[in-house]
Ligand binder design. Structure first.
Ligand SMILES: CC(C)(COP(=O)(O)OP(=O)(O)OC[C@H]1O[C@@H](n2cnc3c(N)ncnc32)[C@H](O)[C@@H]1OP(=O)(O)O)[C@@H](O)C(=O)NCCC(=O)NCCS
Length: 376
């Protein structure tokens, strides 16, 4: 094998039944169901079941999956105690990566890699990662932790633990739609990282910890924070033109645009754009939405011909801001949702595993002399 594709572009590295992307037509499906259908009709819990079992649940299955998830919201005492000792200025993604890794030490059989055990461990991580983020945010604000409420859904409970106040149904539904739309996306960088790690038969915690490390990069999930910073730098809608043109002239990237796979508008951006507009109007942030929309129009005019369109991160920034989340929690929100997809791929990988081990083209010298250190 001598073919080399920088960044593995176009390389097929696995088979999956979880999500399908047609980057030219702008289509995303989870197990065959279009993302728009799920965003408008499903819940995050049901979407997770779909990704982990590759089929929709019956009523009874969904009820039992949901109640199992809710019964695990509470953090082990050792994890809650550790959070209280973390530096208050720690970055939330570094904190989340570390604490998800720490969960392994509270699992009596962390290395059990049967498919059933992987589902069980994934459920733990899915239930506890939101509690970790909420507790850390309260710790850094000097507030008491809020006990989880198992009568609440995944999205409601996270917002309740974060704010000590139950969210309105509209806010909880908006958050749930964000969770659904970010849940899975083919062999993206962090999902690939998770599959690579589990393929050594390491453990689910290591696979998801590695994936969190990958996600935080500004070229991947970290872009949503970059979008918000950009929106904050643009004073008004009228300044958007000069700002974007200046960046393009300096060959700088506009965060929230472009994608390795999509050469059309990301269908998740279409869903989130509608949500961002609604929330911006409801929360008095119309200007933020209008700035985003103006940037999209300028980018459409300037770079759409190169296949550069808004991606999932572009309108999720406005959405998260309107939900009331702090900027440095945007990427952790992406992680909370993507745990669903990472785990789905880990479960799939374990079901038919083969070690990932590509090759590399060596382009250095051969037969080089070993020069003694005092002669170099
Ligand atoms: C996502 C991303 C990393 C994909 O990168 P990629 O497939 O490796 O594409 P490349 O980096 O090769 O870029 C191809 C061309 O598009 C341009 N381009 C890509 N994304 C761009 C952006 N956001 N703004 C401006 N130009 C962009 C590049 O400058 C390059 O132009 P050139 O051919 O004239 O040099 C890239 O689009 C990007 O950096 N986007 C911003 C970060 C982001 O939003 N990430 C979240 C992804 S969900």
């Amino acid at each position: 094998m001598t073919t080399f594709s920088k960044g593995l572009e176009g390389v097929v590295a696995a088979e999956t039944e979880t999500s399908y992307i047609d980057g030219t037509a702008g289509i995303l499906e989870y197990v065959g169901i279009p993302i728009g259908e799920l965003a408008s009709k499903s819940t995050f819990e049901e979407t997770v079941f779909l990704l982990w079992n590759r089929r929709l649940p019956t009523k009874t299955e969904l009820a039992s999956f949901t109640s199992e998830l809710r019964s695990r919201y509470e953090l082990p005492e050792g994890i809650a105690g550790r959070i209280k000792h973390l530096p208050k200025d720690a970055q939330p993604m570094h904190m989340l990566r570390t604490m998800v890794s720490a969960l392994a030490m509270h699992d009596p059989s962390p290395n059990d890699n049967t498919v059933e055990a992987a589902r069980d461990k994934s459920l733990n991580i899915l239930a506890q990662a939101p509690s970790i983020v909420a507790c850390f945010d309260r710790h850094r604000r000097g507030e008491e932790f809020v006990k989880p409420d198992p009568s609440l859904s995944f999205s409601e409970n996270f917002m309740y633990m974060l704010n000590a106040k139950k969210p309105t149904p509209a806010m909880a539904r908006a958050f749930d739609i964000c969770m659904i739309t970010h849940a899975d996306h083919g062999l993206n960088n962090s999902t690939f990282a998770a599959r690579v790690i589990i393929s050594t038969l390491s453990d689910v915690y290591s696979a998801l910890t590695g994936a969190i490390g990958s996600l935080r990069g500004p070229l991947h999930g970290g872009a949503n924070e970059g979008v918000m910073r950009m929106l904050n730098e643009i004073d008004s809608v009228d300044d958007a033109e000069a700002y974007v043109m200046g960046k393009l002239e300096r060959k700088e990237r506009i965060m929230g645009f472009g994608h390795r796979v999509y050469k059309a508008k990301d269908p998740r951006a279409t869903e989130l754009m509608a949500l961002a507009k609604q929330l911006a109007d409801d929360t008095g942030n119309t200007d933020l939405y209008l700035k985003s929309h103006a940037i999209e129009e300028i980018m459409e005019r300037e770079v759409a011909s190169k296949g550069i369109y808004p991606n999932v991160d572009f309108y999720s920034a406005t959405t998260y801001h309107c939900i009331g989340l702090k900027l440095d929690l945007f990427t952790p929100m992406f992680a909370l949702s993507r745990i669903a997809g990472w785990a789905g791929h880990v479960i799939e990988q374990l079901g038919d595993n083969r070690l990932f081990r590509p090759t590399v083209n060596y382009v250095g010298p051969h037969d080089a002399p070993y020069v003694p250190i005092d002669q170099r």
